[in-house]
Ligand binder design. Structure first.
Ligand code: PCA
Length: 329
């Protein structure tokens, strides 16, 4: 009997020791590319998310963030996750509007122009977006909005006619289309490259949040920011679906918990960062003011054209998102 007990004990100890050794050998490092500057709130939230996962899984999964496009430039991050070059990463998904119009639901001009409406629109779009991502081998973990989008110019501009011929930095299809419809010349440039693009005259204008202008110190080149509140695009953190399927239920629960916290914290930070960064642009010497009534009205007309174009491209799924969003008003 005693022999049996000690044998069982010994077996149990061996089993525990083996499990511990396996956990050690299975502990994984997940590199997480991110496109925006380390000081940006999305990157700060991502770093906290990474720490939360590392702590919560007791090191079984260690997430290491790489902000500012240092591991992969923004445009390559989604593909890198899809193909398993990295397990996880963050990307502005409207950057992939050219693959599928649905990715551009958050960049339809004047559809959702406040944080509250952007949250409603996200509720309406989340399920179809998750499905679309799943079909591309990607599992959505969390999503955080950018502050409202306004127009930056080197020189004063008060109407669409004055935009004619200006070189305009774009970051997705919607922003390129906006440039075309206002007579500007679009050139696609990642946020990480804009300071140089403005300094060297590759571009003289863009639409973005106060946040990106602040992060990239654009007051060194540009002089005007017009608040337009055209839309609030979103960033997404996604994991490769195969990697996700291979993750234990315990670790999935930790990651989902950390993702929920990150989404909540990110939303509030985005809100708080809005005025802070507009003040920062002013302190940097820029004129920061609401766009003139004429400019807003002209942009709204262009917005209607772009909305119709998006609805046509996004088909029934796009219409369903807009209908669900409007039903929440
Ligand atoms: N900043 C990002 C996307 C939206 C925003 O506010 C950028 O300009 O690239």
């Amino acid at each position: 009997m005693r022999t049996l007990t000690s044998l069982l004990t010994a077996t149990a100890i061996t089993a525990v020791a083996t499990a511990a050794a396996q956990a050690g050998s299975h502990s994984q490092k997940w590199d997480m590319p991110m496109a925006y500057s380390a000081s940006n709130f999305h990157s700060a939230v991502g770093a906290e998310f990474a720490e939360c996962v590392t702590t919560g899984t007791m090191g079984a999964i260690e997430i290491v963030t790489h902000p500012s496009g240092s591991l992969f430039p923004g445009a390559q991050i989604k593909r890198a996750i899809q193909t398993g070059q990295v397990p996880i990463g963050e990307r502005l998904l409207s950057g992939h509007q050219n693959e599928n119009a649905l990715f551009g639901f958050d960049s339809v001009p004047f559809l959702a122009t406040s944080f509250d409406d952007a949250e409603k629109l996200w509720k309406a779009a989340k399920e179809p977006l998750e499905k679309l991502l799943e079909s591309q081998n990607l599992t959505l973990l969390y999503s955080v909005p950018w502050p409202p989008q306004g127009l930056y110019f080197r020189d004063e501009v008060n109407s669409v006619a004055e935009m004619e011929g200006i070189k305009f930095r774009s970051y997705n299809n919607a922003t390129s289309r906006l440039a075309e419809l206002t007579g500007m010349l679009p050139v696609t440039i990642e946020a990480a490259e804009i300071s140089q693009a403005f300094a060297t005259g590759v571009a003289d204008a863009m639409i973005s949040s106060g946040s990106t202008g602040y992060d990239r110190k654009v007051w060194e080149s540009l002089n005007y920011f017009y608040e337009v509140d055209a839309w609030l695009p979103r960033n997404y953190v996604m994991v490769n679906s195969q990697v996700w399927a291979d993750t234990s239920d315990e670790n999935k629960a930790v990651i989902e918990g950390c993702a929920g916290l990150a989404e909540y914290a990110g939303f509030w930070r985005a809100k708080e960062y809005t005025q802070f960064t507009l003040n920062g642009l002013k302190e940097g010497g820029m004129t920061v003011q609401p766009a003139s009534e004429q400019m807003v009205n002209e942009l709204k007309e262009i917005g209607e054209t772009m909305t119709a174009e998006w609805l046509e491209a996004a088909g029934e799924d796009g219409q369903a998102i807009v209908d669900a969003f409007k039903a929440m008003q």
